[in-house]
Design a protein around this ligand. Structure first.
Ligand SMILES: Cc1cc2nc3c(=O)[nH]c(=O)nc-3n(C[C@H](O)[C@H](O)[C@H](O)COP(=O)(O)OP(=O)(O)OC[C@H]3O[C@@H](n4cnc5c(N)ncnc54)[C@H](O)[C@@H]3O)c2cc1C
Length: 388
């Protein structure tokens, strides 16, 4: 089959890998001029781990994993109020030995290296329109050219153009979880982070940091927000400088490093829920179809799972049945992950000091087997690779 994949992110590159292996003729288009290596840290395990393992890439990913061993909670003075060892968390969630912390850019890089010699990837190419018939789907590109394929797969992320063109406006499918996040890099400060992810939380805002390279840190801010849009790039650094609690911990020093030309990746924390993931010869995978949000910690894993199941089905049967089977296999699991993230969302950044104290208490008790079991049950991390 001749298949167009829109988006060279985690889902798109994984799908390209499997389709090429199965002998399909696939083309990937990516609107960015190169693979997007935007940085942030990803918790990676479960089904995604097993898919990467079957691709023969898990060793390479493990070599690039971040050596973070602990999460530390700080108070306004910088004292540690609670700490959670990742080893304890992995044990509680029953994922010991099959879970890693890795930057998104490194996952994408590993996937890209695995396909770049085999698959046609057209960078700097964006989709303009889609026209379907009984026999094919024609994609028109922004450069004025067009081509016809047997199927078109939208792997173009949470703000998917394929979804807008084939299913409807984003607002119909987007459910806001009440927050916005910001991610940006700063030069490292004279403060030893060691191998920890450190964060400060107060009602409505969370500021976290971890070492990103020898001389850079990555800062992750989550703010309570009912807004459905975020400020434009040129206003983000200033907005954050104004809003961050600069008299707490080392947040003033962080804000001072956030200059107007710092690139800030900012978005709302949103889930995507569609009544169906395929429309005739067009299907969606990854965040475009079922973004579980960063609260779930499973978007990357599910992007790879969707790509894997869809490729398996396209190898077994015709396009329409393949699309149906892929969705039937994955939908209820995605539903579980999305619900779990929605239920946890109010605690992601607690709204009261009482809740913050309660969470700190639970984390301090996390070494106790009963408490760690309760924490472990909050995350849906089992692999479904052989069970659906
Ligand atoms: C701050 C943050 C923290 C996260 N933490 C975790 C975590 O701990 N664990 C986890 O599993 N997940 C996490 N996620 C989620 C995870 O990053 C996503 O779920 C995952 O990247 C989705 O993969 P995707 O391939 O569907 O989309 P993306 O990775 O967004 O890739 C989409 C690609 O499509 C391209 N594209 C977009 N539009 C077009 C177009 N019109 N034409 C051509 N190309 C286009 C984009 O440039 C991009 O390359 C986090 C996300 C964020 C933002």
């Amino acid at each position: 089959m001749r298949i167009l994949i829109v988006g060279a992110g985690i889902a798109g590159l994984t799908l390209a890998f499997w389709l090429e292996k199965d002998g399909h003729d696939c083309v990937v288009i990516e609107k960015a001029p190169d693979i997007r290596t935007q940085g942030y840290m990803i918790d990676f395990g479960g089904t995604g781990w097993d898919v990467a393992d079957r691709m023969g890439l898990i060793g390479e990913m493990q070599r690039k994993q971040q050596p973070i061993t602990e999460i530390q909670y700080k108070d306004a003075s910088g004292a540690t109020t609670a700490q959670l060892s990742l080893a304890t968390f992995y044990k509680a969630a029953n994922v010991e030995g099959k879970f890693m912390v890795i930057n998104r850019r490194d996952i994408v890089q590993v996937l890209y290296e695995a396909v770049r010699e085999k698959v046609k990837i057209r960078f700097g190419t964006a989709l303009r329109s889609i026209c379907q018939s009984d026999t094919g789907v024609t994609a028109a590109f922004e450069d004025g050219t067009g081509e016809t394929f047997d199927a078109l797969i939208g792997a173009d992320g949470i703000h998917s153009t394929v979804r807008r063109l084939s299913f409807g406006e984003e607002s119909r499918f987007a459910a806001q979880l009440g927050y916005r996040f910001s991610v940006f890099q700063i030069p490292r400060l004279a403060y030893d982070l060691g191998q920890t992810y450190q964060m400060y939380v107060e009602p409505g805002v969370q500021v976290g940091l971890y070492p990103y390279s020898a001389d850079e840190w990555l800062v992750f801010v989550v703010q309570q927000s009912a807004e459905e849009a975020v400020p434009p790039q040129n206003e983000r650094a200033r907005t954050l400088r104004e809003q961050l609690p600069k008299d707490r911990w080392i947040i003033g020093d962080i804000a001072a490093k956030l200059t107007d030309d710092t690139h800030v990746f900012m978005d709302t924390i949103t889930q995507i829920e569609l009544p169906q993931w395929a429309n005739n010869r067009v299907a969606l995978i990854g965040d475009a179809a079922y973004c579980p949000s960063l609260v779930s910690g499973q978007g990357a894993s599910m992007a790879m799972a969707g790509a894997y199941f869809l490729a398996q089905e396209l190898n077994r049967t015709d396009i329409h049945r393949a699309f149906r089977n892929y969705e039937n296999r994955l939908r209820s699991h995605i539903g579980k992950i999305q619900k779990s993230a929605r239920d946890f969302a109010p605690n992601f950044v607690p709204r009261s000091r009482f809740r913050i104290r309660a969470i700190n208490w639970v984390l301090r008790m996390a070494k106790l087997p009963l408490v760690s079991q309760v924490i472990g049950k909050q995350v849906v991390l089992e692999s479904i690779i052989d069970t659906v």
